[in-house]
Design a protein around this ligand. Structure first.
Ligand SMILES: [Zn+2]
Ligand SMILES: [Zn+2]
Ligand SMILES: [Zn+2]
Length: 225
């Protein structure tokens, strides 16, 4: 994509607004265009400062939002992350895989998936104007780093697990047994916000577990489901 062309295009579109600070705006756009990733406002501020531009956060945000409104970039709000900006190349579309552990964002495009979506909508007489496909999970690097046996507190929402072992004293074990948790049982993590109780599904029951007790339950990925 031709950055100079995009910048001239932007200048032509904002000229009628009579803004006094076009050069500053174009500097922001320059730094943004040099970023090939999905950048947060905070990251953009750091990159601007690294290039010697010490601008006001509100000004940068306003400039980026204008750049988005005019169709040069897209603002993405992935679950659990601050808003991010990415380039918008006219006529090109892609979807995202988001790692809930390290926050990595992987782009992909799959023709089969794209046409399947058109087909599903078409069957219902629905005309798609736009869509977002966001797949949340754990990236290959994060999966590699994790040991086969981990305490339940480290699990992420949506993970399907097998209870391998219950550590701790007899009391803790008895308590878990009374809740119906036994080694070998499958479970699914419904939520784990990293600070409060975990909600897990065991069979058709939802259980709330304190972080202390969840630390004592060792689990492994249930690959059979
Ligand atoms: Zn798509
Ligand atoms: Zn990751
Ligand atoms: Zn993207």
């Amino acid at each position: 994509m031709n950055n100079q062309f995009e910048k001239e295009n932007f200048r032509a579109l904002i000229e009628p607004d009579g803004l006094q600070d076009t050069d500053m705006r174009l500097n922001i756009i320059d730094v943004f265009l040099d970023s090939e990733d999905h950048v947060t406002l905070e990251e953009l501020m750091q990159r601007l400062r690294a290039r010697g531009y010490d601008y006001d956060l509100d000004f940068v945000r306003e400039c980026m939002n204008r750049w988005v409104d005019l169709g040069f970039a897209q603002k993405k709000e992935f679950d659990g992350q601050p808003p991010r900006y990415e380039h918008r190349h006219l006529g090109h579309h892609h979807d995202h895989l988001i790692c809930t552990k390290c926050g990595k964002i992987i782009e992909f495009r799959n023709e089969e998936m794209e046409s399947l979506q058109e087909k599903i909508a078409g069957l219902m007489g629905f005309r798609i104007l736009q869509h977002k496909m966001e797949i949340y999970g754990i990236c290959a690097e994060c999966l590699k780093k994790r040991s086969p046996l981990m305490p339940l507190v480290m699990a992420k929402a949506g993970e399907k697990l097998l209870i391998k072992q219950i550590t701790g004293g007899r009391e803790a074990r008895a308590r878990l047994t009374s809740m119906g948790l036994r080694p070998g049982d499958p479970m699914e993590v419904i939520s784990n916000d990293g600070v409060g109780r975990l909600i897990v599904a065991v069979g058709s029951t939802r259980l709330a577990l304190g972080r202390g007790i969840a630390q004592k339950i060792l689990v492994t990925l249930d690959t059979g489901r």
